[in-house]
Ligand binder design. Structure first.
Ligand code: HEC
Length: 198
């Protein structure tokens, strides 16, 4: 009897120790941010990028029914990495806020990602949610993925010149992990519809 009792309490102590250790590591996971030397701290790997993504989206986002983390990451990939605005918004920046003229940057939100920038015979497309389908660039995720992976022009806008998208850095974006392309698609789904400047 005595032996059993002893083993029971040892087990209890062990459980308490394990629980405390678990709680301790939870606290660390939730509060410590990136290490000062730039290495990743014990936070969830994408937290900083997701927060930054929400901070830098120039337009309000419709998060209803959407994966919050995916949209934030997508904003980060579009607005901090992808440079989509520089080719897909016309003009990219509002008057008096052109960073190329040394002015403090302010993205043109009215025509944000609505396309219409000319590159010789090519013109960037509207990649905001379509008015009718609600899908970004009027594409399902599968079509979007196929476009970025293959460079094929889904809309066949210039079949006599090429069946492939030109200018658009698809060969680079196509290298992204599918989860990142999903994040970009989620972000583009959540931005407001816009039209290019007439
Ligand atoms: C260097 C300029 C440039 C950049 C940067 C750029 N694009 Fe494009 N994009 C274009 C052009 C130009 C076209 C149309 C090409 C053509 O007509 O051949 C296009 C086409 C597209 C299409 C095809 C749309 C359709 O309806 O078929 C998608 C999708 C797209 N871009 C998404 C993006 C995303 C997302 C980003 C940022 C991650 C981005 N682009 C960045 C220039 C660019």
């Amino acid at each position: 009897m005595q032996g059993t009792k002893f083993r029971m309490s040892t087990l209890k102590v062990l459980l308490v120790v394990i629980a405390l250790a678990g709680a301790g590591s939870l606290v660390v996971t939730g509060t410590v941010s990136g290490a000062p030397d730039g290495s990743q701290g014990p936070q969830r790997p994408d937290d900083a990028r997701i927060a930054k993504g929400f901070a830098i989206s120039p337009v309000p986002l419709d998060l209803r029914g959407r994966d919050f983390r995916l949209v934030g990451l997508g904003s980060y990939l579009v607005n901090a990495g992808g440079g989509c605005n520089d080719c897909h918004t016309n003009p990219s920046y509002t008057a008096g806020h052109d960073p190329f003229a040394g002015q403090p940057a302010q993205v043109n939100t009215e025509n944000y990602l609505a396309g219409g920038v000319e590159f010789g015979p090519f013109k960037s497309r509207n990649i905001t949610p379509d008015k009718t389908s609600g899908l970004p660039a009027d594409m399902t995720f599968e079509e979007f993925l196929h476009t970025l992976r293959t460079g094929e022009d889904h809309d066949k806008e210039h079949p006599l010149i090429s069946p492939l998208l030109q200018v658009m850095p698809g060969p680079v974006y196509g290298q992204l992990e599918e989860s990142d392309l999903r994040a970009i698609y989620a972000y583009l789904s959540s931005i407001p519809h816009a039209e290019p400047k007439p």
